[in-house]
Write a protein of this length. Structure first.
Length: 376
């Protein structure tokens, strides 16, 4: 038996739909970039997320930067959880701002107390990141901090398609949220991103900025008040997104079934601690995180799982926090001990849609055997 880190899945009827509509586009019956299918994708994704508006982008990183630029946030400090993808902090810097790193809590998401400690008079926004697909209950406390300070909450929801807390979906807590549709995500278009928001001004401005700042209705074919970039989505990408979105609830439901099996198989196992999801939360289970006891060599464990049992696990979220990344050393102010501990000693079990129950059990049993068989 072989377990791979991730595997995208498109239903046969969806493949037929994509090929049929893309053929029409290639035959010149529609437009190749940012047209009717992108608009349909935006409309349906906003409806799913529970927001008024959505804006497609070329990828999740572009969506993050576009969100910041649409808010016209410049030359400010933006609090960013240190446990996130490089893209979150890169978007802050590329939009003309400075990241200030906050620690994570035991659930790998932003720790509200650490977030509060990083706020200064020049703090212009706070990012929360739904790491691994968990919208933490702490999101409410971070939102309260933002309200107290009169600054916007931004959501990096790259992992959290379909994730909820108290029934409220990722992307609908702050002024805006950004999603990624990268190849590994719960729903994927290969590349692609989306902003969701209830703010009409942000929505309209984002549409202008993703088109190199080009404005319409100004008496000229090309009228630009502000230099931006080209972040438009291709129509074929939107076709992929529409089909994936139509099955998103199925994808999330299956990942939760897989997580339940893993919970049962790994319960009480020596050498590990599973990250538990609170009862009022529904995770997308983009990642199923397991913390290794101190002293277990993570690199050796992953290598032996692969070579001895043919189990290749995906990347963690994340193994090196941003304040330890060389690219961001000028923005580091203090140690962030929880992230420094947990990031280095967690692994992520595979949870993709097409895993069978037998494969899930084999994956868990392989981890058990590997921990018992080898010394560290």
């Amino acid at each position: 038996m072989k377990i791979v880190p991730t595997k995208p899945y498109f239903f046969e009827e969806d493949i037929a739909y994509i090929l049929d509509k893309f053929r029409e586009i290639l035959e010149g019956k529609s437009f190749l970039s940012q047209f009717k299918y992108c608009e349909e994708f935006e409309r349906k994704f906003a409806e799913y997320a529970g927001t008024e508006y959505a804006v497609t982008a070329t990828n999740g990183t572009a969506a993050l930067e576009l969100m910041l630029r649409a808010l016209n946030i410049k030359d400010g400090n933006i609090v960013v959880p240190t446990n996130t993808n490089v893209a979150t902090a890169a978007a802050v810097i590329n939009s003309g701002n400075r990241p200030v790193f906050a620690d994570c809590g035991k659930d790998l998401t932003a720790d509200p107390e650490s977030v509060r400690e990083q706020i200064t008079d020049n703090t212009k926004a706070i990012f929360t990141v739904h790491v691994g697909g968990l919208v933490s209950p702490n999101t409410y406390e971070i939102l309260d901090i933002c309200k107290e300070r009169g600054i916007p909450l931004l959501e990096d929801a790259a992992h959290a398609h379909g994730s909820t807390v108290n029934g409220k979906k990722a992307g609908s807590f702050g002024i805006a949220g950004a999603f990624s549709f990268f190849s590994t995500k719960v729903m994927t278009t290969g590349e692609g991103g989306m902003i969701v928001t209830d703010d009409k001004e942000l929505f309209e401005r984002a549409k202008i900025l993703r088109k190199i700042g080009q404005m319409s209705g100004m008496g000229h074919d090309y009228y630009v008040e502000e230099v931006a970039s080209n972040w438009k989505m291709m129509e074929v990408v939107a076709l992929l997104g529409l089909t994936q979105l139509s099955h998103l609830e199925e994808f999330v439901e299956r990942r939760n079934e897989i997580a339940s099996i893993l919970d049962e198989e790994l319960e009480g196992m020596d050498g590990i601690e599973v990250l538990k999801i609170p009862e009022n939360c529904r995770s997308s289970f983009y990642k199923y995180s397991v913390f290794l006891d101190k002293g277990i060599n993570k690199g050796k464990l992953l290598q032996r799982l692969k070579t001895e049992y043919n189990v290749s696990l995906g990347g963690s979220v994340y193994d090196l926090p941003l304040h330890k990344q060389p690219a961001f050393k000028e923005f580091v102010k203090c140690p962030l001990p929880t992230a420094e501990d947990l990031c280095m000693r967690h692994i992520c079990m595979s949870t993709y849609y097409t895993l069978t129950d037998e494969e899930v059990i084999y994956q868990a049993e392989s981890l058990k055997k590997c921990l018992k068989k080898f010394t560290w």
